[in-house]
Design a protein around this ligand. Structure first.
Ligand code: GDP
Length: 324
């Protein structure tokens, strides 16, 4: 069932579910250069955790394409602390969006997964075939189980009804529109904020969570949005497809890169009482590369634009919610 499709987005109505998130907003920016109509709905207008209203909204707005970027997301601590939301909210939204997309007969649906769906000790770099070959990383298994369920829903609808639903697995993302919550964010946003505040306070040290030894691959969210549009046009298969940058480094090296971009010159300390998470998470992105796509933003320039974006919204980032 692996195939290269030739889908034309021109003139199509494309619904981006989750347009306020980092990925959703990057998709809306990227879709602006396609000749299509982008549909979005504010949370007040549409609550995707509610089945009936979701179906009614889709029936009324009739998208031909749905990009499912709506999810409850967060870093290692948020995942650990809010297992119910990460599992149940994500499952609810997936069921509602995917099922309603089938009911109204959308032509294409792209479901966003995550590299954490793969086993903790998956063979590196992680090929799509590693899915469900071993136990998950416990710090984010709630989110991972929900994402695995979503990709299985896409496979099930394809198998039973021939729906052209695809699943895309991004590596660790960063960039414009990230969530800068000090405790619940992912490492890029957490460190941009911490180093910036340490620079302003002229603090001699900054604490980075864990040992600094875990390896992570980082992909700029605008590159990822570009990959999603590429896949909508060029990929049709029941197999999920990985999207990475190949840009892998230790958390210690990543922290040093963030400090440099932010202009923080103090010392980095490592708090080993905080979890490291999975030791390594490098995606094997050879399948999307074979189709002709690759990332083109360097880590340095991507971090610089993320920092610029953070500075623009700095006042807003300080008003952090108690739980995100
Ligand atoms: P993960 O890839 O699912 O583990 O997601 P994260 O982005 O939350 O964490 C990546 C790695 O960065 C883990 O090893 C964390 O321990 C480490 N890390 C270092 N400092 C921080 C921080 O301030 N916040 C977060 N979220 N992670 C941090």
């Amino acid at each position: 069932m692996t195939g290269v499709s030739n889908y034309d987005l021109a003139g199509k109505r494309v619904f981006v579910a989750g347009h306020r998130g980092m990925v959703g907003s990057a998709l809306v920016r990227r879709l602006a250069s396609e000749n299509c109509t982008v549909l979005i709905a504010d949370r007040r207008e549409l609550d995707l955790t509610k089945e009936e209203p979701t179906l009614r909204w889709l029936e009324a707005n009739r998208p031909e394409v749905v990009v499912h970027a709506a999810a409850k997301v967060g870093g290692i601590a948020a995942n650990n602390n809010f297992p119910v939301e990460f599992l149940c909210d994500n499952l609810e939204v997936e069921l509602n969006v995917i099922r309603a997309s089938h009911t109204i007969g959308v032509q294409r649906l792209l479901f966003l997964g995550s590299s954490c769906i793969y086993p903790k000790y998956a063979k590196q770099p992680i090929a799509e075939s590693e899915l469900l070959t071993g136990p998950l990383e416990p710090t984010n298994e709630w989110y991972a189980i929900a994402k695995i369920a979503g990709l299985k829903m896409c496979q099930a609808y394809r198998r039973q009804y021939g729906d052209d639903f695809i699943s895309v697995m991004p590596t660790n993302l960063y960039g414009r529109g990230d969530n800068y919550h000090p405790d619940h964010s992912h490492v890029p946003a957490a460190l941009i904020r911490r180093f910036h505040e340490a620079k302003l306070a002229k603090a001699p040290t900054v604490t980075v969570w864990g040992t600094g030894t875990p390896l992570r691959e980082f992909l700029n969210v605008d590159d990822f949005a570009d990959a999603c549009i590429f896949l909508l046009k060029n990929y049709s298969s029941d197999l999920p497809i990985n999207v990475g940058s190949g840009n892998e480094l230790t958390i210690a090296d990543f922290a040093a890169a963030v400090a440099e971009v932010v202009g923080y010159e103090g010392k980095l300390l490592f708090d080993t009482s905080k979890p490291d998470g999975t030791p390594r998470k490098l995606l094997d992105s050879s399948r999307i590369r074979a189709l002709g796509w690759r990332a083109n933003t360097s880590l340095r320039s991507g971090l610089a634009s993320a920092y610029e974006d953070f500075l623009k919204g700095y006042g807003r980032h300080l008003e952090v919610p108690a739980a995100s």
